[in-house]
Write a protein that binds this ligand. Structure first.
Ligand code: FUB
Length: 344
């Protein structure tokens, strides 16, 4: 009996010890009544607005093309301050209202110009080719009215819109594997084009300047040059550093910061340049892998601090049912970003 009690108390102590040693998330989901992912955050009129994907259980088997991410609509979230109450403003755009839509509403982004809010969204068209659409509203929370056709010359996924202090606006986009970027070389579509081989140069993200009405590309999208610290392009085998998806652009102290996910190696990395059109030089990892396969973020200044919005799968433990989070992002004096570990 005594032996049993001793064994039991030893087992209990070990359990408590291992619980205490297990890393805990540094931040909690912003909402838990719906699943949300890919948060693009902006401050409009002093309020923080988050434009996330709205994850659902569509009952589709998981595969490398991401068919299980079969989202149907977007909700906009907002809060007056970091840590403040989060409001879900309901459906801002529904797939059924997009005339050209096929399936899979993936990561969106938003912008404001001259009294109009713009929502940029990727979805497969009726031929199952990812295109980028734009929808407008007088309110940051929608409802957004989509243009009747996708943006001409757009393809692939994960649009990020960046408005330069010069007044120009740029759309960054692209994602490999299920995001289909490998099908677009030199602006031409070839659905049979394969992924790059390990010794080939890595596929690059795309950028296009937007027209003044924010609804079209001024000229065809171009490759965004991403170079290592020796000025060389990455090879596909550098898959812990090369671009995969989740483009984001922000400016800090006059420099342009392009950040992105490395996809199959799950890092969020960043690169710095002197122009929104690049070239960009790789700097390092800003967010280490999170729970779940995907890693996707945005970076925004709120008053005098900077924040990283990101997601993980804390609430569900399932790759396709994610929850958005926020944590502070800090720079070093030389402009480098302090790497964030989402669990400590
Ligand atoms: O949410 C669907 C896709 O997963 C996004 O477009 C990718 O960036 C990844 O997060």
């Amino acid at each position: 009996m005594l032996q049993k009690i001793v064994l039991c108390s030893l087992a209990c102590s070990l359990t408590i010890l291992s619980f205490a040693q297990k890393k805990q998330p540094i931040s909690q989901p912003l909402v838990s009544h719906i699943f949300t992912a890919d948060p693009s955050a902006h401050v409009f009129n002093g309020r923080i607005y988050i434009y996330p994907s709205h994850d659902i259980e569509a009952g589709i088997k998981e595969n490398d093309l991401g068919d299980h991410f079969d989202m149907q609509d977007y909700h906009v979230l907002s809060m007056d301050s970091i840590g403040g109450k989060v409001t879900d403003h309901g459906v801002a755009l529904d797939k059924k209202d997009i005339p050209w839509a096929g399936r899979q509403l993936w990561a969106p982004d938003a912008a404001y110009k001259n009294g109009v809010y713009y929502l940029y969204f990727p979805i497969k068209d009726k031929q199952d080719i990812f295109r980028i659409g734009v929808a407008t509203s007088k309110s940051p929370t929608g409802p957004f009215k989509p243009e009747p056709l996708p943006m001409a010359g757009s393809y692939s996924i994960d649009p990020c819109v960046f408005q330069d202090p010069s007044g120009k606006a740029y759309l960054y986009f692209g994602g490999i594997w299920g995001g289909q970027l490998q099908h677009w070389n030199g602006g031409k579509h070839d659905p049979t084009a394969a992924l790059r081989k390990p010794n080939e140069t890595a596929i690059l993200p795309r950028v296009a300047e937007l027209t003044a009405d924010m609804k079209s590309f001024k000229s065809p999208a171009k490759d965004l040059q991403l170079l290592d610290k020796n000025g060389k392009p990455f090879l596909e085998s550098n898959n812990d550093k090369r671009f995969f998806e989740a483009a984001w652009m922000h400016q800090y102290k006059g420099k342009y910061y392009f950040s992105y996910s490395t996809g199959d190696t799950h890092n969020i990395c960043y690169a710095i340049g002197d122009s929104p059109l690049g070239p960009f030089t790789y700097q390092g990892i800003l967010l280490k892998p999170v729970q779940g396969w995907t890693n996707h973020h945005s970076i925004v200044q709120v008053k005098d601090k900077w924040y990283l919005f990101y997601h993980d799968t804390q609430l569900s433990g399932k790759t396709h049912l994610r929850n958005v989070k926020v944590t502070e992002l800090k720079y070093n004096a030389d402009g480098s970003i302090q790497t964030i570990e989402a669990y400590q």
